[in-house]
Design a protein around this ligand. Structure first.
Ligand SMILES: C[S@@+](CC[C@H](N)C(=O)[O-])C[C@H]1O[C@@H](n2cnc3c(N)ncnc32)[C@H](O)[C@@H]1O
Length: 279
């Protein structure tokens, strides 16, 4: 039941795309003084040792954060993202990689808060230990989709919901869309980010059909594709469905995506996409 461990994939290209977008969205929220709340429904353990057994097994981080780590020509969200990672590490040594809850926490101001949910008891325990008695962070060991019902809308009425499932089960795309919809129905003006893997063209098309069949509005899709989605059984790209993206974010994404594509896939032959799935 609890098979997936993010430690095997931490810092890979999909994480880099996901986490850079997360930073971009939180930076947009920070433009107003009023408090916001971040709900991370699939938080995992929050911090990864890239020299540890799991990360070393496939060394996926080398083609992810490993490609950005030394760069200095950074667009704004990447600069913030890398500054957060560098703050966790000794100078010029990449060892510790932060997951979404740690990145989000690093960007909270004193008036903001984070709710992080993780269903796996071991991952949850590590996440809890990592935050100690942080008063701005609430951590729950439960089903993230239930959490969407329990914690939305947040009392701040401002914030971001990150839904980042492991997609281990065949119906996880449907479950993720249903979860996104249930959250949005409780809080239609919220900002939502649903991550999805780009595996085959068929799965991707089905996800889009499912999203279009909902009542959701203002749905922007952001993708970085490394191999054509026809390559089976591989993570060919990283995608994010954004609902109610903040003003100005489309322009920022249009500038960010070519930079990320070049940084993560320098050999070329890859693509990125930014499209309003539902205007
Ligand atoms: C892709 S990882 C999350 C990575 C994390 N968001 C990050 O960016 O660092 C997915 C996590 O969701 C957890 N998980 C799986 N199903 C869940 C559910 N229904 N509710 C909450 N967590 C779940 C898994 O144990 C795993 O740790």
């Amino acid at each position: 039941m609890f098979g997936y461990r993010h430690g095997f994939h931490a810092g890979n290209f999909a994480d880099v795309v996901k986490h850079t977008l997360l930073v971009l969205l939180i930076e947009a929220l920070r433009r107003k003084e009023s408090p916001f709340c971040i709900l991370d429904t699939h938080a995992a353990r929050g911090l990864y040792d890239l020299r540890g057994e799991q990360a070393q097994k496939r060394r996926e981080y080398e083609a992810g954060i490993g490609r950005l780590w030394q760069r200095t020509d950074l667009p704004p969200p990447v600069a913030t993202y890398l500054a957060t990672i560098r703050a966790l590490n000794e100078p010029h040594q990449l060892r510790w990689y932060p997951g979404s809850p740690r990145l989000a926490r690093a960007l909270l101001r004193p008036q903001d808060r984070l709710i992080a949910i993780e269903r796996n008891p071991q991952e949850h325990q590590l996440l809890k230990q990592g935050f100690g008695r942080d008063r701005q962070v609430a951590i729950h060991c439960q089903d993230g989709y239930q959490g969407l019902k329990a914690f939305l809308p947040p009392k701040e009425r401002r914030g971001l919901v990150l839904i980042d499932p492991p997609y281990e089960l065949q119906d996880e795309y449907s479950q993720a869309v249903a979860g996104l919809l249930s959250g949005w129905q409780r809080w239609p003006s919220g900002l939502y980010a649903l991550w999805y893997p780009i595996l085959t063209e068929g799965l991707r098309a089905r996800l889009f059909t499912q999203l279009r069949a909902t009542a959701l509005r203002r749905v922007l899709v952001v993708e970085l594709i490394l191999q054509p989605p026809s390559v089976r059984n591989r993570l060919n790209g990283s995608g994010m469905v954004l609902v109610n993206p903040p003003f100005g974010c489309e322009q920022q994404l249009a500038e960010l995506l070519p930079w990320l594509q070049q940084a993560l896939a320098p050999a070329g032959g890859h693509s990125h996409a930014l499209q309003w799935l539902i205007p």
